[in-house]
Design a protein around this ligand. Structure first.
Ligand code: SF4
Ligand code: SF4
Length: 382
C-alpha cells in the first residue's frame, strides 16, 4: 500500500499529535531488537522512527499497522521514547487521508455505526446480562458499573468469561449493573488504529453516559478497557475508579468473601496480557488468584511479566489477517506445553481469542485448554 502523506512538516505534525518524543531517539535499535516481530518476520521500528524524523519521505507504509502496541520496545528504550505514541500519530495522519488497510475499514465502520468493531447490532449490546441475573445499573443499588467490553455481546467464547464473572458476583455478593445498549466500545483499539476522531466520540459519549448515571466505580474484564479508562479518558475529562476483574478476585479471596473448594486437578500457567502487565504493571494479582485455586499446580513459562510474549491481538491486529508462520500466539501455545501446562490461563478476551485460534490451528485441542482466570475461579466454586 503506497502512502502519500499530505503534510509538509511531517515530523512537526507527529510531535504535535502525541509523538513529542520523536527527536529523543538516538537510533540505538534496542526497540527493533526487542520487538516480538523479530521472532517471525522482523519489523524495523528504529528505521521507521528515523524516517519519521526525516519527514517520512519515501515511506511506503506497509509496516505501520504491524505494531501490536505491546509496549516491549518502549519499556526497554534507553531514552524513554514514547514509541507507541509516535506510531499512533503517524497512523492518525494516514487515517485522515483514508489510506488505511482494507481489513480495518470494517472494524472502524461498524464502530461508527453500531458502537462496536465486531459488526454486531447496537441493540444486542449487553443483551446477555438479563439471563445472567445482572440488572441495569443503578447507582443506589450497585457498587460497580460492569463494563464487560464489546466482545461478550458478539462472541460466544467471550460470553463464557462474563458468565463465569456473573457466577462469582452471585457467590460473593458483589453488586454490579450494566448500561445496556447505550454504551459504546471503550475505543482503546480504535485510538491505536489511528482514528483519533472516532476515539474522541466514543470516549465523549461513554463519559457523558457515565455522568448521567452517576457512575464512579467501573469493573472491567478487558485490560484494553482498563488501560483507556485509567490512562486516556482522564485527559478527556472522565475520571473513574477502575478495577480489573483479577484485582477484584484477589481482594475477594484475601478477605474471605469468596471461598473456593472444588479442586481443579491441572497444571496451570499464566500469560501476562500486554495491557494488564507491561502497560499497567498488574502482575501479582492474577498469580495470587491462580495459586489460591484448590488442586492447581502453578508453573511459569519462559517470557513472563514484563518479558511476556504479546498474543498479537493489540493495536488493531485483532481485525487484520496475520499469515500462518507470523502469529505470535502460535509461539505461545508450545511455550505453555513445554513447561507441562494443561491449562493456559490469561485475563484478556483478546488473548483468549488469539490462543483459542492457535490451539485449533496447531491441532493442540487435546493437549491444552485456554481459560480466563475468572473462568477458573468460577469452576472452583462449590
Ligand atoms: S530504542 Fe529508543 S532510542 Fe533506541 S532506536 Fe528505538 S526509539 Fe530510538
Ligand atoms: S510496541 Fe511491540 S509490536 Fe510495536 S514496535 Fe514496539 S515491540 Fe514491536
Amino acid at each position: 500500500m503506497e502512502v502519500v502523506v499530505p503534510f509538509l512538516e511531517v515530523a512537526e505534525a507527529i510531535e504535535a499529535s502525541g509523538g513529542e518524543d520523536l527527536n529523543l531517539c538516538y537510533q540505538c535499535a534496542t526497540c527493533t531488537g526487542s520487538c516480538p516481530w523479530g521472532f517471525v518476520e522482523p519489523l524495523n521500528i528504529r528505521q521507521l522512527i528515523h524516517l519519521a524524523q526525516l519527514g517520512l519521505e519515501g515511506y511506503e507504509g506497509e509496516d505501520l499497522w504491524k505494531c501490536t502496541t505491546c509496549n516491549t520496545c518502549k519499556i526497554r528504550c534507553p531514552r524513554g521514547v514514547g514509541i507507541i505514541d509516535i506510531i499512533r500519530s503517524i497512523r492518525t495522519m494516514i487515517v485522515e487521508t483514508g489510506l488505511i488497510p482494507q481489513s480495518l475499514r470494517g472494524a472502524l465502520g461498524s464502530t461508527k455505526s453500531e458502537g462496536n468493531p465486531w459488526s454486531g447490532n447496537r441493540s444486542d449490546r449487553n443483551s446477555w446480562a438479563a439471563e445472567m441475573g445482572i440488572e441495569a445499573f443503578d447507582k443506589d443499588k450497585h457498587e460497580y458499573l460492569l463494563f464487560a467490553c464489546c466482545m461478550p455481546s458478539y462472541d460466544p467464547r467471550a460470553r463464557k468469561q462474563v458468565a463465569a464473572a456473573a457466577k462469582i458476583f452471585k457467590a460473593a455478593g458483589v453488586k454490579v449493573g450494566v448500561l445496556g445498549s447505550e454504551e459504546s466500545c471503550c475505543g482503546e483499539s480504535i485510538r491505536k488504529i489511528g482514528d483519533e476522531d472516532l476515539f474522541g466520540n466514543l470516549a465523549g459519549g461513554n463519559g457523558a453516559l457515565f455522568r448521567e448515571h452517576g457512575v464512579e466505580k467501573v469493573l472491567v474484564l478487558s485490560p484494553h478497557c482498563y488501560h483507556t479508562f485509567v490512562n486516556e479518558y482522564p485527559e478527556l475529562g472522565t475520571k473513574l475508579q477502575v478495577t480489573h476483574m483479577v484485582e477484584l478476585l484477589a481482594d475477594l479471596l484475601e478477605t474471605g468473601k469468596l471461598k473456593l473448594s472444588k479442586p481443579i486437578e491441572a497444571t496451570v500457567t499464566y500469560h501476562d496480557p500486554c495491557y494488564l502487565g507491561r502497560h499497567n504493571e498488574i502482575y501479582d494479582a492474577p498469580r495470587k488468584v491462580i495459586q489460591s485455586l484448590p488442586g492447581v499446580t502453578f508453573i511459569e513459562m519462559i517470557r513472563v511479566r514484563e518479558e511476556s510474549l504479546c498474543c498479537g491481538g493489540g493495536g488493531g491486529r485483532m481485525w487484520m489477517e496475520t499469515k500462518f508462520g507470523e502469529r505470535f500466539s502460535d509461539l505461545r501455545i508450545p511455550e505453555a506445553l513445554s513447561v507441562g501446562a494443561s491449562i493456559l490461563a490469561t485475563a484478556c478476551p483478546y488473548c483468549i481469542n488469539m490462543f483459542e485460534d492457535s490451539r485449533l490451528n496447531l491441532n493442540k485441542e487435546d493437549e491444552i485448554q485456554v481459560k480466563d482466570v475468572t473462568e477458573l475461579v468460577a469452576e472452583a466454586l462449590a
